[in-house]
Design a protein around this ligand. Structure first.
Ligand code: EPU
Length: 359
């Protein structure tokens, strides 16, 4: 049930198809003293080999409702033309919907706002939790409300965007209010006829010779191709994408530390300068991929069943038959290597489940 394809069994397992099922499962777990684990798409998890001693509740709530009718193709603005101003279109999506199928639908409907998030595995319910982002877009830009079950009082409520406390790969759901809420539905406000997001260098490069603005569909296809080239798209049969995507977050450090890394890199004769993006407040975001790659862990590193992807140093991959313990140990080796080489403490990006102290 995870994209990493590791992890032991669940003692009990149930899939909830609607909000009532979720509440019933929580009540059942409490009545029977079972620890509850809420599973979405399993694309950002490392589950321990021992598995889960309690109840795994898979969120299977489906449904995509929107408040507009699909605009006929002929009426959609052509690339290069100014788009007709309309209000946003709202999509209320069940937490168990496949994220990428939802993105495909919005692109088909000619609505902009999530097209750069194409090809990301997992389900809709996971997107607000870690504020999923890629290619210059984050879901925090389009989420207007998250409908949740509050485990403190077993009541369903809607949280506004501001209440979710979004920032880079975080929200209240994975920080201050961790384990308090179960995401049931997410409402996104998208822009009919809007232009695709072209903020990311990889995408701009791809469309450098493209006449006019690319369409949402062209952008979606390009993002999926770029993701595939970096082993960040699930391609059946490709061992290199048996992973949880990026294994570490891009670290945010003080500007002075970023400058120090650049000097160290120059002194050590590292060919490529460390990428550095302004993060506000005298801070910079560094590339974890670069730090890993230049700490002695090149693409394809590792001789065992766990290693670094051949296409992207941020992805730790299960080459087949790996255990969760091997993944945890390998990731620690990388973390230690980066700390020794660059004096930076990387933070894991996937959620570790059933590991006890290292969670
Ligand atoms: N780089 C390397 N070696 C590599 C790959 C990249 O040194 O093997 C350096 C390059 O200099 C490159 C820079 O790292 O310019 C950035 O690389 P990339 O564009 O691939 O993005 P990233 O920062 O590594 C982040 C997200 C991805 C997301 C991409 C695209 C994080 C932790 N990761 O990766 O998200 O798809 O940007 O926007 O923020 C995920 O979270 O699981 C994930 C895949």
């Amino acid at each position: 049930m995870t994209t990493f394809r590791v992890g032991g069994p669940a003692r009990y397992f149930v899939e909830a198809e609607d909000e009532k099922d979720v509440i019933d499962a929580v009540i059942h777990a409490r009545a029977n003293n079972l620890r509850l684990f809420v599973l979405g798409g399993g694309s950002n998890l490392v589950v321990a080999d021992e598995g889960w001693p309690g109840l795994v509740l898979k969120i299977g709530i489906r449904g995509i409702e929107d408040d507009g009718t699909a605009q006929p193709r002929a009426l959609r603005p052509r690339s290069g033309q100014a788009s007709v101003p309309h209000g946003p279109r709202h999509y209320v999506v069940g937490a168990g919907e496949e994220w990428d199928a939802f993105v495909a639908r919005t692109v088909e409907d000619g609505c902009a706002g999530v097209e750069a998030l194409s090809g990301i595995p997992g389900t809709v319910g996971g997107t607000p939790v870690q504020n999923v982002g890629a290619y210059g877009q984050e879901v925090s830009e389009t989420i207007v409300a998250v409908r949740v079950l509050d485990l403190q009082n077993l009541k369903v409520r809607e949280l506004s965007n501001a209440e979710c406390g979004f920032s880079y790969r975080t929200s209240i759901f994975n920080t201050t209010e961790r384990e308090r809420y179960i995401v049931l539905h997410v409402t996104y406000a998208l822009t009919p006829g809007g232009a695709p997001r072209m903020a990311y260098a990889d995408l701009q490069k791809r469309f450098a010779n493209h006449p006019g603005t690319p369409t949402l569909k062209e952008t979606r296809d390009a993002v999926r191709q770029i993701r595939e080239s970096k082993a960040m798209l699930i391609v059946p049969g490709d061992d290199d994408c048996r992973s949880a995507g990026s294994f570490f977050k891009n670290p945010i450090v003080r500007d002075e530390k970023a400058a120090e890394v650049a000097v160290m890199a120059r002194e050590q004769g590292v060919e490529r300068e460390p990428p550095r993006y302004p993060a506000g407040g005298g801070q910079a975001k560094l590339s974890a991929a670069w730090l890993v790659e230049n700490a002695g862990f090149p693409k394809g590193f590792g001789s065992g069943r766990v290693g670094i992807s051949k296409k992207h140093t941020l992805a730790i991959v299960n080459r087949g038959g790996a255990t969760a313990a091997e993944i945890a140990a390998f990731s620690e080796e990388v973390r230690t290597g980066v700390r020794k080489a660059w004096g930076i403490e990387l933070q894991r990006e996937p959620v570790m489940v059933g590991f006890g102290s290292i969670e």
